[in-house]
Design a protein around this ligand. Structure first.
Ligand code: C2E
Ligand code: MG
Ligand code: MG
Ligand code: MG
Length: 287
């Protein structure tokens, strides 16, 4: 009987494995098709200062399937990285961001905004990555300092020297860098001080229970102190409630991103948000 169960268990396991493998193959095929058919969209989430004014936006990738549904990047970025498909996708994101920055130059309220994009490790490690960025900046006639690249700590575990050289090349012309999901990796101060970064992004996992959890408070306080000692900006992601925002401000973090302000939205909606915030502020000033 045990043997029987074992066999059934095995069969069940095989079937699960099979299903997982074919789901993966299907996703990979769909992803290739999505690239050919240009089914990607960049949505934008505002980043605000302590006065609630827009200072920047983060571009977040979405895949619009044939049936109109939106697929979140967490469902396909991993596979795209493993298969190398992140290279054409990442190029599309960079080019779209640069074209967007160019378009914002014609709008007084949008023009000062910084646009931040996520860059995967395999993408950043391409030998021609810097040239690609420099070419796009030139082609679209944008100020390099309006473009920010978000890297994760994972990138920094390998090829440290090469990474620093590439970052320096881009920093020298004004391109900015943020370290995303900060606090979830293994960066030491020793190591961080060598990177030409502009900003640390406090991971949303520390923000979630910040108001009630003393150890999250201690971690966030440490990150803010690290940023200060390295002379870096610090921004908190995943800010959903006023109480989180207020706690962050009290702790010395003056930049926020999260649903409290806006979800990631299509560009027209971001623009409407920025214009509305500006109009409200003008009213306050006149009153
Ligand atoms: P990330 O760069 O850390 O982006 C923040 C994620 O948190 C986004 O998820 C955003 O929608 C979500 N978020 C923002 N505010 C809140 C909030 O208040 N509460 C909660 N619960 N979540 C919030 P999204 O858009 O699903 O992206 C997930 C991840 O996928 C990103 O994390 C980034 O690592 C990756 N990603 C997104 N776009 C790109 C891209 O163009 N290229 C690459 N390589 N990766 C990307
Ligand atoms: Mg990011
Ligand atoms: Mg993040
Ligand atoms: Mg993340």
């Amino acid at each position: 009987q045990a043997k029987q169960a074992g066999r059934n268990g095995m069969r069940f396991f095989d079937r699960q494995m099979q299903e997982r493998i074919s789901a993966r193959a299907r996703l990979e095929g769909d992803l290739r098709q999505a690239i050919e058919r240009q089914q990607f969209e960049l949505h934008y989430q505002v980043q605000v200062d302590e006065l609630g004014m827009a200072r920047a936006a983060e571009g977040l990738l979405r895949w619009r399937r044939e049936d109109g549904s939106l697929v979140s990047p967490s469902e396909f970025i991993g596979l795209a990285e493993e298969t190398g498909l992140i290279l054409p996708i990442g190029h599309w994101v960079l080019e779209t961001a640069c074209a967007q920055l160019q378009a914002w130059q014609a709008d007084e309220q949008m023009e000062p905004l910084i646009l931040s994009v996520n860059v995967s490790a395999p993408q950043f490690r391409q030998p021609d990555f810097c040239d690609e960025v420099l070419r796009l900046v030139k082609h679209y006639g944008i100020l390099p300092c309006r473009l920010k690249l978000e890297l994760t700590e994972g990138l920094l575990l390998e090829m440290v020297e090469e990474t620093i050289v590439s970052m320096r090349r881009l920093r020298d012309v004004g391109v900015r860098f943020a370290l995303d999901d900060f606090g979830t990796g293994y960066s030491s101060l020793q190591y961080l001080k060598r990177l030409p970064l502009n900003q640390l992004k406090i991971d949303q996992s520390f923000v979630r229970d910040l108001v009630s959890d003393a150890s999250d408070q201690a971690i966030v306080q440490t990150i803010i102190a690290m940023a200060a000692s390295l002379q870096l900006d610090v921004i908190a992601e995943g800010v959903e409630y006023e109480a989180q925002r207020d706690k962050l401000e009290e702790m010395g973090c003056l930049r926020y991103q999260g649903y409290l302000f806006s979800r990631p939205v299509p560009e027209a909606q971001l623009r409407a948000w920025v214009h509305a915030a500006h109009a409200i502020r003008q009213q306050h000033c006149l009153a």
